[in-house]
Design a protein. Structure first.
Length: 170
């Protein structure tokens, strides 16, 4: 097991409030438009994913989150993935195809055109993937991984935290 000092830290801490931000949506009903999912989520439970690369592990994670949206529809679970890039026009078509390849039919994905991400989120440049679980406008869990660190075991850990997220939203 990695030492605690080796764990990647990125994004908001537990208890902090996710701030609004908009990004250009590449898939889903808001495709082609800037949209703020945080703004419409209100107190509902949410899975907020920030990613820097179109990797296979990220695709596996988002497929699990996509399935969770269907499984927890009654709980009004919300989720979206924001990819950070300095070139939205270049990433958009690749992201659209990548989302199709991974079967993301319920989860919206899009591009935030800044490698640092929304400033209020304080995302670590070393983090390839940052996952925030939020309920009642507060972060209840934070997971962050450098490139190559996200694997099936960590994906299971994130999915296993979803019941805690749904409970916190009640």
């Amino acid at each position: 097991m990695a030492a605690l000092a080796d764990l990647c830290q990125s994004g908001l801490s537990v208890g902090q409030r996710p701030g609004p931000y908009a990004f250009l949506v590449s898939t889903g009903p808001n495709r082609g438009k800037p949209h703020c999912f945080v703004c419409e989520t209100e107190n509902r439970p949410a899975v907020i994913v920030f990613a820097r690369s179109l990797s296979e592990p990220t695709g596996k994670l988002l497929r699990q989150v996509d399935q969770a949206l269907v499984q927890h529809k009654q709980a009004e679970l919300r989720a979206w993935a924001t990819f950070l890039s300095d070139s939205q026009p270049q990433l958009h078509p690749k992201l659209t195809e990548w989302a199709r390849k991974h079967g993301l039919t319920n989860l919206s994905v899009g591009v935030f055109e800044d490698l640092d991400g929304p400033p209020s989120y304080r995302l670590n440049r070393e983090a390839d993937v940052t996952v925030l679980l939020s309920a009642r406008q507060r972060v209840v869990a934070n997971f962050a991984f450098r490139a190559g660190e996200l694997n099936d075991e960590q994906i299971k850990e994130i999915v296993a935290a979803l019941p805690r997220l749904l409970e916190a939203a009640k």
